[in-house]
Every structure is written in structure tokens, then in C-alpha cells.
Design a protein. Structure first.
Length: 278
């Protein structure tokens, strides 16, 4: 067997042909030798043919996908949150961008630093907790007493100085029906003071800019309660006395719709259109 295999090798290399005649009984170069060798030789796939078969399979079944790439073939490389290299975003139909960057790079978006560490100096406390002037108080038609938000800003400016206080957003705007809201934190002299959610109603998208400002002012009024600013307005005893002294509740008629309603006003004020007293 070893000699036969050896002779086959020699015959294929074209070196020894006479010895092959004595073993197989055929002349060198006979087709019978080629047939016997071909039937006994191992078939090795040609690289060219394999490549051709792969190409044909690709045409039938599509490109071959590596398993580790499954599920990632449609993913794009997105910039990190807060990155300046962001793609243009289509916010059509969206009220606000949910990825507002104010949450990045600002400790005051989450910090409570300086909270309740020590009281403010006496001068500041006196300004904040000073009794409010009764002639500055207003009343809403439903009977709610309030101090205009600009008054709160003036009190804070007297106490801390312009630039010594500020409101920091603690989250994105949210909308529930026709009410816009957002959470803010009041920071005074680098210290966290309080946190509150402001809200403001709006009637159409054209009024959103005004609603955002009203939302911020409402949060400021609520935050100032922790500083004692205009605290009388949350005192039931003060509210009852003030209404009895300075306010009146009357039946009024809507000039256009004709409906009647009981509403509050200050005694030194008159009803504004479209409300009239009949």
C-alpha cells in the first residue's frame, strides 16, 4: 500500500512513469490511469468555486450579518446629552425640548447646599418679615388676597441686593390640560432657601411665552413663604379682618353674556368691563 501511494504521487508529478506501467498494467499517459486516480483521490473544493457559491448565496438570501451586530445595524451614533454637536431636532408638535440643557453643569439643579446652616443677619430678616402695607394688597374676584409678584421681587432686592438671589429651574416644563407648571428653587446669597412648583393657565400656544413667565412668578411667591415674606396672606384671621374692612362682595352682570355672578372687589375700586353692577 505504501509503495502504491508512493507511485501514485510520482506518476502525478510526471517523474516515474515506467514503474507505474508494471504496477497497473497500462501504458503511461493512458486515460485509465487518470480515471483510477481520480476515483481514489480526495476532492478538495476550489477557493474560486467557494467564493462563487458564497456570491450566489448572497444573491439568494441577502448579505451575511454577524450575530453580534444584530439589533445594532440601524443605530446611529448620537451625541452625548448636553453636547453642542447635536443634530437638528424636529420639535414640531412638541411644546418644549425634553433635553433642555439647564440640567447639565449646574449644581443648583439638584443641590440643597447651605440649607438651614445659619439665620440671615438681623437687617435681612427685618426686611423679609416686615409687615406688608395694606394698600398694596389686592383681591381676586373669587375672594383670594394676594400681593403682586413684583412686590416680592422688590422685597428680595432690598434684603439681598440685585443679583444676590435667583430662581433656578429644578426640572422641565410640564403640561396638564391647559395648565403649565415647572419646579424652581430659590437661592439667596449662594444658599438654598426653598423649592416650589409654579403654575399658570394658558388658552392657546400663542400665550406660552407669557405662561412661562407667570409660572416662574407663581413659584417665586410660593418660595418666599419660607422667608416669611407677606405671611399675613396665609393667616385666616388677617384675611377675615382685611376683607371686612377693605373689600365688598356683590352681584354683577356680564355685559355680553348676561350671566350674573357674585364677585369680590376693593371698596375703593369700580367694576371693569365686561362686569357691571345692576
Amino acid at each position: 500500500m505504501q509503495r502504491t501511494a508512493y507511485l501514485r504521487h510520482k506518476l502525478l508529478s510526471g517523474i516515474v512513469r515506467n514503474e507505474a506501467q508494471s504496477v497497473f498494467g497500462v501504458k503511461a499517459g493512458s486515460s485509465r490511469i487518470g480515471v483510477r486516480f481520480a476515483s481514489s483521490a480526495k476532492i478538495v473544493s476550489s477557493p474560486v468555486k467557494r467564493a462563487t457559491n458564497t456570491s450566489a448565496a448572497t444573491e439568494r438570501n441577502g448579505p451575511v450579518v454577524d450575530k453580534k451586530d444584530i439589533g445594532n445595524e440601524n443605530k446611529e451614533s448620537l451625541p452625548a446629552f448636553g453636547s453642542t454637536e447635536s443634530k437638528d431636532q424636529d420639535l414640531t408638535g412638541s411644546l418644549f425640548n425634553p433635553a433642555e440643557g439647564y440640567l447639565q453643569g449646574s449644581e443648583w439643579s439638584t443641590s440643597f447646599a447651605g440649607m438651614a446652616t445659619q439665620p440671615f443677619e438681623s437687617r435681612v430678616s427685618e426686611v423679609l418679615m416686615a409687615p406688608i402695607q395694606e394698600n398694596e394688597i389686592e383681591i381676586k374676584p373669587d375672594g383670594l388676597l394676594y400681593l403682586p409678584e413684583i412686590k416680592y421681587r422688590r422685597i428680595l432686592n432690598r434684603a439681598f441686593g440685585p443679583g444676590g438671589w435667583g430662581l433656578v429651574p429644578r426640572g422641565a416644563h410640564s403640561v396638564s390640560g391647559r395648565t403649565l407648571s415647572r419646579e424652581y428653587a430659590l437661592i439667596c446669597l449662594g444658599r438654598f432657601i426653598s423649592q416650589a412648583r409654579g403654575e399658570q393657565d394658558f388658552f392657546d400656544e400663542g400665550g406660552l411665552a407669557t405662561a412661562t413667565e407667570g409660572c416662574k412668578s407663581n413659584a417665586l411667591v410660593r418660595c418666599c413663604k419660607d422667608l416669611g415674606v407677606a405671611s399675613e396672606l396665609w393667616d385666616p384671621g388677617f384675611i377675615t379682618k382685611f376683607k371686612a374692612k377693605y373689600c365688598v362682595e356683590e352681584w354683577v352682570t356680564h355685559a355680553v353674556k348676561g350671566n350674573k355672578k357674585r364677585m369680590w372687589r376693593l371698596k375703593d375700586r369700580q367694576w371693569d368691563y365686561p362686569w357691571t353692577k345692576k
